[in-house]
Design a protein around this ligand. Structure first.
Ligand code: RM4
Ligand code: MN
Ligand code: MN
Length: 424
């Protein structure tokens, strides 16, 4: 399904004068808005294929209606999103949930929607039908070499699909760990995992990156073999220059200072990318910015500062992905909100007066530093983000247009009300 261009134009036309009034106010306050607009236009956030359906909890799953039934329909959903905001020009696939059976057709469909293929994700946290060995006691860490080999082989298969589709990165998240003291020899688990990852690393095409994602706990509750950024960095360092740490915002212990982690990983040239989401307790996978927008802003503050210090290209040099799973909202609405929150935080971080902040830091002027950051954070930059959308041919208010066109109802008519997307 595609939105006809005149619908977007009419919507924008209706909102235009109000939008311009708001934008003018903002432009009067912030001079550097022009450069910021171009950066916002360039910035794209990849959508995870597994967030397009309604996720469950371990107690049940209440499927939404009109969910995508196939990879093709997932691509169409991301295409819709991208038409609405022009900031979601990529999809991240999870294998084996999204095996592309007809590669040429899938590539053509993505192209039609203006989408790229972002990182491909491997899955050794679930057993698949017909699989020889179980991952119940881990995959790459497993005491049995045959299980480790199976996990490695799966990752090679994922790389193969990624190559076919034109993706250029692999994300490895392992559920490996232990739930009881004494269950694992930590060192051996680490060494087995490293050896397995090395085999996968050796199969990476030259221009690819490997993202090593960490997570503090769940499904294991006593230890996780890649449990924090230190462990991920250890693996990434031992693996080599193509391996990086991936930060998923929901994968930390409570109150972790994620912005500091980001700053130091950037300093080391080892920050690979992000999984954006929000959480109150753990891996809650809630809408980005729904709970802690200030933290998101502080993270972007470090990102912009650190990327500029290294002369990095904001849009291209890190992997920007959402990782979410919704069980209450319409997934497309939720994703629109997440992308918007990311763009807002990024725009605000771009507006920070870096020189003044540096001066405040240099003078130990703590109050001034806080004023500078919070001054920007409390500025409503939504007109700026909307202006970038307008210039890109997207909607001034994507969510409003999505609702007024009844797009979910149309999807339900096409797909039915009892569809279930593959994923979590
Ligand atoms: C994990 C982790 C991974 C994601 C899976 C589905 O908690 O966040 O990135 O692929 O969930
Ligand atoms: Mn993740
Ligand atoms: Mn997660």
């Amino acid at each position: 399904m595609r939105i006809e261009k005149h619908h977007i134009d009419e919507h924008n036309h209706q909102l235009l004068s109000q939008h311009q009034r708001r934008l003018n106010c903002l432009s009067q306050e912030y001079a550097p808005i022009k450069g910021v607009l171009q950066k916002l236009l360039d910035f794209q956030v990849a959508i995870p294929s597994w967030a397009l359906g309604t996720g469950g909890t371990r107690f049940g799953r209440f499927s939404g209606a009109g969910e995508p039934r196939s990879l093709e329909e997932k691509i169409e959903d991301v295409g819709l999103l991208h038409q609405l905001n022009r900031s979601s020009g990529a999809i991240s696939l999870h294998i084996p949930w999204d095996i592309p059976t007809n590669v040429a057709q899938i590539k053509a469909l993505a192209e039609e929607h203006g989408l790229m293929f972002d990182a491909v994700n491997s899955n050794t946290f679930q057993d698949q039908k017909g699989q020889s060995y179980s991952y119940k006691f881990g995959s790459m860490q497993h005491v049995d070499k045959r299980v480790r080999q199976q996990a490695v082989a799966h990752n090679l298969e994922v790389i193969h699909y990624g190559k076919e589709l034109g993706s250029d990165s692999l994300t490895v998240w392992l559920a490996d760990g232990s739930s009881f003291p004494g269950q694992l020899n930590f060192r051996k688990a680490f060494e087995n995992t490293l050896e397995s990852l090395q085999q996968v690393y050796a199969a990476l095409p030259d221009h690819w990156k490997m993202y090593v994602e960490y997570k503090a706990y769940e499904p294991n509750f006593y230890s996780t073999t890649i449990g924090d950024w230190g462990q991920s960095l250890l693996y990434a360092t031992k693996l080599g220059p193509k391996a990086y740490t991936l930060v998923d915002l929901g994968h930390h212990l409570p109150n972790a200072n994620i912005e500091q982690i980001v700053s130091l990983l950037l300093m080391e040239g080892k920050l690979g990318g992000f999984h954006f989401n929000d959480s109150k307790y753990g891996d809650d996978d809630l809408t980005t910015g729904s709970l802690k927008p200030y933290q998101l802003f502080l993270i972007f503050n470090e990102l912009v500062e650190g990327m500029d210090a290294r002369g990095m290209n904001h849009a291209r040099d890190l992997g920007w992905m959402i990782d979410a799973s919704h069980n209450l909202k319409d997934p497309l609405e939720d994703l629109m909100q997440s992308v918007e929150a990311i763009m807002i935080a990024y725009a605000q971080a771009l507006l920070i007066d870096r020189k003044a902040l540096e001066e405040a830091q240099q003078n130990n002027d703590v109050a001034a530093a806080q004023e500078l950051l919070q001054g920007v954070f409390r500025t409503d930059v939504r007109p700026l983000v909307a202006e970038a959308r307008l210039r890109a041919g997207a909607a001034l208010q994507p969510l409003q247009l999505y609702r007024s066109l009844g797009l979910r109802q149309q999807l339900i008519r096409q797909r039915g009300s009892k569809t279930v997307a593959s994923g979590l």
